[in-house]
Design a protein around this ligand. Structure first.
Ligand SMILES: *Cc1c(COP(=O)(O)O)cnc(C)c1O
Length: 363
């Protein structure tokens, strides 16, 4: 039996003029499109057909398991307007594969990967007029899954819902600004054997106190170290990290290797696969806080940036820790960071040739 998406169009969509106003000035995650996708699973019957239905509140029993034990996973991907007016998704198959891995770790049912992509496509098709088109803008798509069995006893839920919502987003980026970061030695994001590799809400819930500690230090974001030695640099907030070593054509893009406690970012993977085309070398390895400081002091590390779907690339200007405050380069956005950002965005917007076959046309 193949799973389908059954369309139950929203009888009261947002009026065109109002929607066009939102799309012209989207902000980040402020307005939601007319539709959502909902598919339900149970242990007895497996996945049922999805419905494309009006966006709106969910009605859930207070004893629904997700509220108590946090059995939840999510994804984030974008649909981009192409120069010919069509709409493409960026690497939705990679999100589908990661969603299945996250599900496994959190004892949730795996959504068949083809079905995941089909559901995303059907939502984008239904809400295609919500996709903004200016550089850096996109329709941000948020698939997620929650445990929906009504029970207070702790066990893997025997029921789950897979839901997809979407929101137009602006360019999450101000080129005149860099991010400042606080290296947290007090809190950790992920420990070996834990859930760091899964995209689950609980990881974010556990990160917020460290984000507050970073803000108290006057910083925008937190840098996570490994849980065991509190020495090796892993990630920034909800993004992966890259370090530029050297300058010009001889530069190397270095990123912490995936040890099992890092979230395997699709943006990170895209950068690793694409930057050799710009002539840079790439390297995956380990970098300690001491090595970072030495690299900044000697001038070997010239730029540092974070990468993820929401912002694509976010240059880091200042790094603060208990050992002091260090500037990256002159504190501004680095040339190579900006070059890589443009390269990835040009592929996403269909302005550069998509030699990797990353853009999947929707409509
Ligand atoms: C989602 C996420 C990333 C970035 O992944 P992308 O696929 O590039 O968006 C990095 N780190 C964490 C902790 C994340 O949750």
């Amino acid at each position: 039996m193949t799973l389908k998406v059954v369309a139950k169009p929203n009888p009261n969509p947002v009026p065109n003029e109002v929607r066009d106003g939102y799309v012209a000035n989207p902000g980040f995650g402020k307005y939601f499109t007319d539709h959502m996708i909902v598919a339900n699973w149970s242990e007895e019957s497996g996945w049922q057909d999805a419905t494309l239905q009006a966006y709106g509140p969910l009605s859930l029993d207070p004893a629904t398991m997700v509220f108590h034990y946090g059995q939840e996973i999510f994804e984030g991907l974008k649909a981009y307007k192409q120069p010919d007016g069509s709409i493409s998704l960026f690497r939705p198959d990679a999100n589908a594969a990661r969603f299945a891995k996250s599900a496994k770790r959190m004892a949730l049912p795996e959504v068949p990967e083809d079905f995941f992509v089909e559901c995303v496509k059907e939502l984008v098709k239904a809400d295609k007029n919500w996709v903004p088109g200016k550089p850096g803008e996109a329709l941000y798509i948020r698939p997620f899954m929650i445990a929906t069995e009504v029970a207070i006893g702790v066990h893997a839920s025997k029921q789950a819902s897979f839901i997809i919502i979407a929101t137009p987003v602006g360019a999450y980026f101000d080129p005149s600004k860099t991010v400042s970061v606080w290296i947290s030695t007090e809190y950790v994001r992920a420990a070996p054997g834990g859930t760091g590799e899964a995209k689950c809400g609980g990881n974010y819930a556990a990160s917020l106190v460290a984000q507050k500690a970073a803000a108290a230090q006057g910083c925008d974001q937190v840098i996570w170290l490994d849980a065991v030695e509190r020495k090796w640099i892993e990630e920034m907030g909800g993004m992966n990290l890259c370090f530029v070593k050297g300058k010009g054509k001889d530069a190397t893009i270095f990123t912490p290797k995936l040890t099992g406690t890092l979230l395997p970012g699709i943006t990170r993977n895209s950068i690793l696969n694409a930057v050799s085309e710009l002539g840079f070398k790439v390297e995956e390895g380990m970098i300690s806080v001491d090595q970072l400081k030495a690299g900044l002091d000697s001038g070997e590390i010239t730029e540092v940036f974070a990468c993820g779907t929401a912002a694509v690339i976010s240059p880091i200007g200042t790094i603060k820790s208990e050992m002091g405050t260090w500037k990256v380069g002159d504190g501004g956005a680095g040339e190579i960071s900006m070059q890589i950002r443009k390269y990835i965005l040009d592929i996403q917007h269909g302005l550069a040739s998509d030699t990797h076959g990353w853009n999947i046309k929707v409509c």
